[in-house]
Write a protein that binds this ligand. Sequence first.
Ligand SMILES: Nc1ncnc2c1ncn2[C@@H]1O[C@H](COP(=O)(O)OP(=O)(O)OP(=O)(O)O)[C@@H](O)[C@H]1O
Ligand SMILES: [Mg+2]
Length: 263
Amino acid sequence: MTTRVIALANQKGGVGKTTTSVNLAACLAERGQNVLLIDFDPQANATSGLGREKQEGRSLYGLLLGEDSAEHLISPTEIPRLDLIPAEVNLAGAEIEIPRLDRYLHRLRDGLQPLVETNRYNQIIIDCPPSLGVLTMNALAAAHSLIIPLQSEYYALEGLSVIVRLVQQLRDSGANPALEIDGIVMTMFDNRTALSRQVWQQVREHFEKQIYDTLIPRSVRLSEAPSHGKPIILYDSNSTGAAAYRQLAREFLSRRGAKTPPP
Ligand SMILES: Nc1ncnc2c1ncn2[C@@H]1O[C@H](COP(=O)(O)OP(=O)(O)OP(=O)(O)O)[C@@H](O)[C@H]1O
Ligand SMILES: [Mg+2]
């Protein structure tokens, strides 16, 4: 078993990065995978979405400065096999501090290396902030692959080409030569609207190999779950949102050819 590091990124805000990070991580754990979710956004939505209080100083900020270890920040969650490294607002300081340091793109990769080498986790999932700043760049430099959540709306494709170009630059520059796009997942999909279907078709035309078959529907239950501090499989296990994220977890694992025990 080797650990895979997957970044969930899209510079656009509110497209479902955190919802997908939390729920994909929970569904992978439910399927028997050992999963670490890293909240890498100073907004700390993944932290509160898992029912965790923000705690002063408890984020990867210290690790990025080379003053803390990942192990020290890990704690278990309500879901068996799902651990969390939380965030809090101090992480925003990293955007200012990190560029002054050497290897500034690789601070996260370097800091996670000892943990990755233990192979304690099957998957490490990183929830990125809505920008292409230093934090997201560090996540992309640390990751084996990237999942891009894409909201089914008109400007989605333009934003997608920006991040795809960035992935190419990270490869070409040698910052992360092996970075792959694991997949593009359509979020807040509404099959009743022509726009949702059009965006889906366009993305399929351009990114046939990358787009996931699984569509995440717009669902009130999915948007309510974080205010209860729970992933959807705990908040409403029989909802359409729970079914969609379970299916995404299956599809994610089958793409990687990973063997999983039955849930
Ligand atoms: N499938 C869905 N159906 C309904 N609401 C959703 C769905 N996915 C996400 N949301 C809601 O949309 C909002 C944005 O989602 P989310 O926080 O996951 O996006 P994000 O990309 O992480 O945002 P940010 O860029 O601010 O980090 C949240 O209020 C969330 O509850
Ligand atoms: Mg978010």
